[in-house]
Design a protein around this ligand. Structure first.
Ligand SMILES: C[S@@+](CC[C@H](N)C(=O)[O-])C[C@H]1O[C@@H](n2cnc3c(N)ncnc32)[C@H](O)[C@@H]1O
Length: 383
């Protein structure tokens, strides 16, 4: 078996960014429905995708899709799928599920029916009485969406946002894959000044530095499918060696991070070091009210305290006023602000946002306000 159908999953609103990442990795012809991007690939692509995708949640192998109006249908059709091509007789199996707008609305029962069907299939194919559970981990997803069951195997294991560089964070770090998407939704290029004046544990800037240096985000972690015999060890070794060879040397980046809390700056430095980008970012403990912008051009990407978890709405107002005062006469600066607080544009009055994207930080609905600044002229030194 060489060819597979893969499903890359995404948080709401990030499908287009992930599609672009997939195109950069050489894939085309996708079907995109509600956070699921489906396409044809080779088994050998599974390591490459897990290692390189920055904004996605997971990479799943699609085993089957069929209408499922009752549990009998779900059991029979799940049992017909060729699970033995992927799963070993000593597998440690977990089944997770979701049911959305479907007749079958009990997630727990759907999981248990699918689990039973897969076990039955494996027992009969391998001629065994039980699965020992001492071998590799396999997580099966049964997603019943509008009465259609989608059966997949999760190749990633922990979600792809877990890069393995986080030593420590504050209370509300942004997810790494959302931070990577935020950077990729801007016009920032690596020769331009980038600043996060409320950088917390530094996630946005660390992701930006990794993008600028062509550093694959999954190089410092392991994935469930690394332990599956069908995705050969040589595929992983090859994908890792190629990803390492693509990394650009440090130097020349202008990335600045500030935070009022010295503990967060300590976290940010430790995280950047572990990610391998400590030399690319300058972190400093500073209140945004004491920050002075000298440069005519630059880009701010930030998520200020939200009001949902951190800080009351009243406490946030002075921060917005400071941001307004800092940039009202700086038309060469672009601002990209992620917040759940819909009042931000009322305070930042330089112009209306050029674009507002609805996104999710975990379960919190947020807006990504994009204000495009004037670009530096050709040949202009941009500080
Ligand atoms: C939502 S968190 C940022 C999280 C960050 N993106 C991360 O991944 O860890 C907001 C940050 O703003 C910082 N902050 C609050 N008031 C500030 C101020 N006046 N000046 C600078 N930073 C401030 C907080 O310390 C907090 O770390």
């Amino acid at each position: 078996m060489d060819h597979v159908k893969l499903v890359v999953t995404s948080t709401f609103g990030l499908e287009a960014v992930i599609k672009r990442e997939l195109q950069d990795l050489g894939f085309d012809k996708f079907s995109v429905v509600d956070g699921r991007i489906e396409f044809d690939a080779l088994v050998a692509d599974i390591p490459r995708l897990n290692i390189h995708l920055r904004s996605a949640d997971r990479v799943l192998v699609k085993l089957g899709e069929f209408p499922a109006m009752d549990f009998g249908e779900l059991f029979d059709r799940t049992k017909e799928l060729p699970w033995e091509e992927w799963i070993t007789p000593d597998a440690k199996l977990t089944v997770v599920g979701k049911c959305v707008r479907s007749q079958l609305e009990s997630v727990r029962s759907s999981q248990s029916i699918a689990h039973k069907a897969v076990i039955e299939r494996l027992k009969s194919k391998f001629n065994i009485d039980w699965l020992s559970g001492t071998g590799p981990e396999y997580t099966i997803q049964v997603a019943i969406l509008k009465d259609v069951a989608h059966l997949t195997l999760d190749t990633s294991g922990a979600g792809l946002h877990k890069r393995g560089y986080r030593v420590s964070t504050g209370e509300v770090p942004i997810r790494e894959n959302l931070a990577a998407a935020m950077v990729q939704l801007t016009f920032w290029k690596k020769d331009r000044l980038l600043m996060d004046p409320m950088c917390g544990s530094g996630t946005i800037l660390i992701e930006a530095a990794m993008i600028a240096r062509n550093m694959a985000p999954g190089l410092k972690r392991v994935f469930d499918a690394e332990h599956w015999p069908v995705v050969k060890r040589s595929f992983w070794d090859d994908a890792r060696a190629k990803a390492v060879a693509m990394i650009l040397p440090s130097g020349g980046l202008k990335i600045l991070g500030y935070d009022i809390d010295p503990e967060r700056i300590k976290d940010a430095r430790a995280n950047a070091k572990k990610a391998g980008v400590a030399d690319d970012i300058t972190f400093e403990c500073k209140d945004i009210n004491d920050l002075w912008i000298h440069e005519a051009h630059g880009i701010v990407i930030s998520n200020p305290p939200y009001g949902v978890k951190l800080g009351s709405l009243k406490e946030l107002t002075p921060i917005y006023i400071t941001i307004h005062n800092m940039f009202k006469n700086k038309p060469g600066w672009s601002l990209y602000i992620l917040t759940a607080d819909g009042r931000f544009p009322d305070f930042f009055k330089r112009a209306k946002p050029d674009r507002v994207r609805k996104l999710f930080n975990g379960t919190i609905e947020v807006n990504y306000y994009q204000y495009h600044g004037e670009r530096p002229r050709e040949g202009q030194v941009v500080a």
